[in-house]
Design a protein around this ligand. Sequence first.
Ligand SMILES: Cc1ncc(COP(=O)(O)O)c(C=O)c1O
Length: 455
Amino acid sequence: MHNSAETRRWRELDSRHHLHPFTVFPELDAKGSRIITRAEGCHIWDSEGNRIIDGMAGLWCVNVGYGRERLARVAYEQMKELPYYNAFFQTATVPSVELAAKLADILPEGFSRLFYASSGSEANDTIVKSVWYYWNLMGKPEKKHFISRTLGYHGVGLGSASLTGMRFMHEPFDLPLPRFHHIGNPYWFAEGGDLDPDAFGKVAAGWLEAKILELGPENVAAFVAEPIQGAGGVIIPPSTYWPEVQRICKEYDVLLVADEVICGFGRTGNWWGSSTFDIAPDIMPLAKGLSSGYQPIAAVAFHDRIADVLASSGIEYAHGVTYHGHPVAAAVALENIRIIEEEGLHTRAAGPIGAYFRDRLTNLAEHPLVGEVRVSGLIASLELVQDKARRQTWPAERKVGLTCREHCFASGLVMRSIRDGMVLSPPLIISEAEIDEIALKAARALDLTLRDLEA
Ligand SMILES: Cc1ncc(COP(=O)(O)O)c(C=O)c1O
């Protein structure tokens, strides 16, 4: 434990020198950061010695949990052996090759090649450029428009932020770029009106067809979507949605990009969210769970029908970053995948622990504030509402989600708020006792939030 003089110093330095992502700076300055100093399993500790259960696995990424000696050892050994070498000049490193082969092994049939990046954002920017390049190579240079969804999250680069469907991320930066379009999402709870979820799923898929027809199928390059929209609020589509989207993409020769950055590596009970929803994508960005957050590494997996076109072109693929396939990051990712396989973490969310998680959270639906509980594998959201029967949310100025998040944090639980949805995505190693801890702390935070609202 660090004494509060040290904590104060770190907070001051942080405030003076460190610009945080996705932050209103004066708000953070007024409050000061909570300094996180160590972690083990599903728990993190702050500099004041508080033990907090991490219901978000960091930022949806620490799938194998914290404190894995094996990953530290592999990084150390690789740094001693070869800390860095690039792949630009007809060279490669052993970990980057072994990892590519391992991923080809666990990816769906037909995905035998991939390209590395260092973040999900970079992976999605790589996809934007590669898709444009692909259609150029295919002799269809007019096929350049991207369609994605409101509340979809695909990152912060110029292309990936343009794919992202969040206005607050566009307006300050003069985005999206031209040729990026957003359609509505399959968020039945908010948008479904009087339709039942299955009927609404078909309506929401129909928005894709309508947009393709409006733009002209000959102009549409790809549809990009997460199997479950994570940062948009854990929007789990009705079962009718994906089959219809798949049909539409096929019919109009539009590439389907399934963003697996959150859903990949076991989050929904399969290696891939695409498998859980029976999607057959053309391209998949991978990040987060690829290394469980122990190293910054991402990848774009191309189906052979795309990769073969790119790989047979005689033109230079003039794209890539210094840390492409970084050997330390790749070695750690490979070991991380070995751990996932050995411990069966890729299917754990589909087994008894996933069922337990669902049961414990479903009990919270009885709370007066909870209008809906959505769960798939080990990812979930609790929608906080003013009126359950009418699915009516609170006025934004009441900041219900933020209030609840603060109560969670104060009681030793990290639960993220997205609008008034309280979101969970814990490490895949979570135990029943730890799920109980989350459920108990969440129930208490809900009570305190209700008390504040009534005050
Ligand atoms: C689905 C999805 N795609 C892409 C990204 C961007 O990844 P990164 O933050 O590593 O750039 C994220 C990040 O949360 C994500 O959730």
